[in-house]
Design a binder for this molecule. Structure first.
Ligand code: GLN
Length: 446
């Protein structure tokens, strides 16, 4: 009831939850009380979880922040959601996000943006904006978000909470409405490191519905826990011209603190900084244009009600009516880079550059245990500040996309506030399956 009363008090102004399962949550809580009394409760008994609107939950709606999925109810639950439910966690509602996860401010949600609890003139970040604000405003204990190019870490940073994007292949994507399948990952947003670790423990691991997930055994074989305490930061990022001076200062203060604690801190060059965003946006739009072709007015959700000439006309009208501007932009970009004449120039090339970025980053992680950076170059934007210029919006993802391009785990933790009292974030990236090491370092910094 505590979280429901917080939702009651704040959701109307913050728009974090699109739907709250109040009665159901209370019923579940009563059942769990009984289970606790009889000693049969699961290990997450009573943990109150909010889920991003991109995750499926059996017999519940998932709209992916889009009009095209309005009326869609899922017949099954995402593996990550189900594993929490199996341990008696309570799902309290579904949370606002950018349409299909495409955005950095939550302003691309068809249901209006989630606002930052610190200052409602500012955005919550995106695309898991509702999930971050819900934790920030204590409307749930933890949230499950998704991160394709920073969507867990960026809103966590803007809202002063923590978010972990796991290694690609650590958490099943079954039941996650796909944006860019080779980048998408599900992860937790919470207020402290132990909650992140606790959720990870249950949502990770092999799943027969997602063949890209690696089993726990394989993880321990391939990833011995490191102990050498070497941390790199990429000079081109730490000195980047877009970096807000207060963020730069706070970042170097944290590095100094770690140095005093015995870590070796070393600036390194990364020759592909300028290639990160183009590679990310070419490949994710390509994958999105393919993934979103399933929304055609036949299989799921919305279908146009205006008279149509034929099937093709129905597809066109449905998609035209129900997709937002950013989603249409990305479908067009993705279709273009995949088109026969341009495939080699854009898509194939971006795949090659992705490989280079991945290999170079992994080389660095053979020498260093962690690569750190600010999570974002500025604190939360004012509402509307970036919406007119999509390129400016994309630039905000500069520090977060590397982890997704390379498939690596990364966590964002709070790094104090700027002079306008807006939260800043510190990002730690590590080698594949080093989530535990990331969280250990994180706990030294908070
Ligand atoms: N801002 C990025 C994008 O729009 C991040 C998206 C995400 O991680 N879902 O693609």
């Amino acid at each position: 009831t505590f979280y429901l009363s917080q939702i009651e008090a704040y959701n109307a102004s913050l728009n974090a939850f699109l739907e709250v399962y109040s009665e159901e949550a209370l019923d579940k809580a009563a059942q769990i009380d009984q289970k606790i009394a009889s000693g049969t409760a699961g290990e997450l008994a009573g943990l109150v979880v909010g889920i991003k609107d991109l995750l499926c939950y059996e017999d519940h709606r998932s709209y992916a922040g889009s009009k095209i999925l309005q009326t869609f109810k899922s017949t099954f639950s995402a593996t990550a959601v189900q594993r929490l439910i199996d341990q008696d966690a309570i799902i309290i509602g579904r949370q606002n996000c950018d349409e299909f996860g495409m955005g950095s401010t939550n302003e691309n949600s068809a249901f209006g943006p989630a606002l930052n609890f610190k200052n409602t003139a500012h955005v919550a970040g995106g695309s898991s904006g509702g999930s971050a604000v819900a934790v920030q405003a204590n409307m749930c204990h933890v949230s499950l978000g998704t991160d394709t190019g920073g969507s867990i870490r960026m809103p966590a940073s803007f809202c002063g909470v923590m978010g972990l994007k796991p290694t690609y292949g650590r958490v099943s994507r079954w039941g996650l409405i796909a944006y860019a399948s080779s980048f998408d990952s599900i992860g937790p947003i919470a207020r402290n490191v132990s909650d992140l670790a606790c959720v990870m423990k249950y949502i990770s691991g092999k799943d027969s519905y997602d063949s890209t997930v690696v089993s726990v055994d394989e993880i321990s074989k391939s990833a011995p826990l490191t102990s050498s305490k070497k941390i790199a930061y990429i000079k081109e990022m730490a000195e980047h011209s877009s970096l807000q001076p207060e963020i730069k200062q706070a970042f170097f203060e944290r590095l100094e603190y770690l140095r005093l604690k015995g870590y070796e801190i070393i600036p390194v060059d990364f020759p592909f900084v300028d290639a990160l965003l183009p590679t990310y946006y070419v490949l994710t739009t390509a994958e999105a244009s393919s993934n979103l072709s399933r929304f055609d007015g036949v299989k799921y959700g919305h279908r146009t009600e205006v008279p149509v000439k034929d099937l093709l006309d129905m597809y066109k009208k449905t998609r035209d009516e129900a997709f937002g501007e950013e989603v249409k932009r990305r479908i067009m970009l993705g279709t273009f880079v995949l088109s026969a004449d341009y495939y080699d120039a854009y898509y194939t090339k971006a795949q090659k550059v992705r490989r280079l970025i991945k290999e170079y980053t992994q080389q660095l992680l053979k020498v260093f245990d962690f690569i750190v950076s600010p999570t974002t170059s500025t604190t939360a934007y004012r509402l509307g500040e970036k919406t007119l210029d999509p390129l400016q919006m994309y630039l905000g993802d500069l520090f977060t996309v590397q982890a997704n391009v390379a498939g690596l785990p990364a966590v964002s933790i709070p790094m104090g506030e700027d002079s306008s009292a807006l939260p800043m974030g510190f990002q730690i990236m590590g080698d594949v399956f080093q989530e535990e090491a990331l969280l250990n370092l994180a706990s030294e910094l908070v």
